[in-house]
Design a protein around this ligand. Structure first.
Ligand SMILES: Nc1ncnc2c1ncn2[C@@H]1O[C@H](COP(=O)(O)OP(=O)(O)OP(=O)(O)O)[C@@H](O)[C@H]1O
Ligand SMILES: [Mg+2]
Length: 260
């Protein structure tokens, strides 16, 4: 479904400040995989998602989605089949527009010109149904300005908007990190429901080890722009946070020794 081979992105190459954000990254996802991405600050997790979405063009390497080579396709073109939710609840939605207008924007994303643009009664009904699943009462507030919602409500709306177009790939970059525990759980529950109902292939970055264990069917640990450890479905069952941390340290120590 998604394949990244030899993904490399270097900032300030050839200078003392050189940063290898991605350094020969190889990742392959099967359709319906819900893959959790973990790793320290600066490991390259966001760069990985940015490379997949097209926001960060690779220096070298190749990305295919559903067998189609998208390496040279810009972010706008890739938006037809990729949806994202970011850490900052303020990013995914337009504050001066209403909830209904925001959902319409999401529906029109990547659609050809000539598509019907109005907020018709049929659309309003469809959006209300999608919002009702959140249990936040937003389905009754289609005409309310998004800027008046709380961070958690906005993030929930961003998620509904992201999945409403049934993307081939859903990219979540610490999308619950800025939320209080109760709201984070609500957004995660919505995430899991949507991923399962729509069989979305998903990459989710998190620093929350409990979430890494509880959600998804695979874990990728990144370090220095590449995959350090991969944990598959079977191995993931029954794994503990302590096991995860040990796997990470054993592998990075082994690499440090090789380099010594
Ligand atoms: N636009 C940029 N310009 C310069 N350096 C960058 C840029 N984007 C990323 N980097 C560098 O690339 C490396 C990887 O950054 P990235 O944001 O992908 O890490 P991350 O794993 O998402 O970290 P975090 O957990 O802090 O979000 C870092 O060293 C970072 O400083
Ligand atoms: Mg990041």
């Amino acid at each position: 479904m998604l394949s990244v081979t030899g993904g490399t992105k270097i900032f300030y190459g050839g200078t003392l400040d050189e940063r290898r954000a991605l350094d020969g990254l190889d990742v392959s996802l099967k359709p319906g995989d819900f893959c959790i991405v973990i790793g320290s600050n600066g490991a390259g997790k966001s760069s990985f998602l940015n490379a997949v979405s097209g926001k960060l063009p690779l220096d070298s390497g190749r990305i295919t989605i559903d067998g189609q080579d998208v390496t040279r396709l810009n972010a706008h073109r890739r938006a037809q089949f990729i949806a994202r939710v970011f850490q900052d609840p303020m990013i995914g939605t337009a504050p001066t527009m209403t909830i209904g207008e925001n959902m319409l924007l999401a529906e029109l994303r990547g659609k050809p010109r000539g598509f019907s643009y109005g907020l018709s009664a049929a659309r309003r009904q469809k959006y209300s149904q999608q919002l009702a699943e959140l249990n936040l009462g937003l389905e009754k507030r289609l005409d309310m300005q998004v800027g008046l919602l709380s961070g958690g409500q906005r993030q929930s709306l961003s998620l509904v908007m992201a999945v409403s177009t049934r993307p081939k790939l859903l990219l979540l970059d610490e999308h619950t990190a800025a939320l209080d525990p109760r709201t984070a759980k609500l957004v995660m529950d919505t995430t899991v429901r949507a991923v399962e109902a729509l069989q979305l292939t998903t990459l989710m970055v998190t620093h929350n080890m409990e979430h890494a264990i509880r959600y998804g069917n695979r874990i990728i640990m990144m370090d220095a722009g590449k995959v350090l450890v991969e944990i598959g479905q079977e191995e993931k069952n029954g794994i503990t946070v302590a096991d995860l941390i040990e796997r990470f340290h054993t592998k990075s120590d082994a690499i440090a020794l090789q380099g010594a």
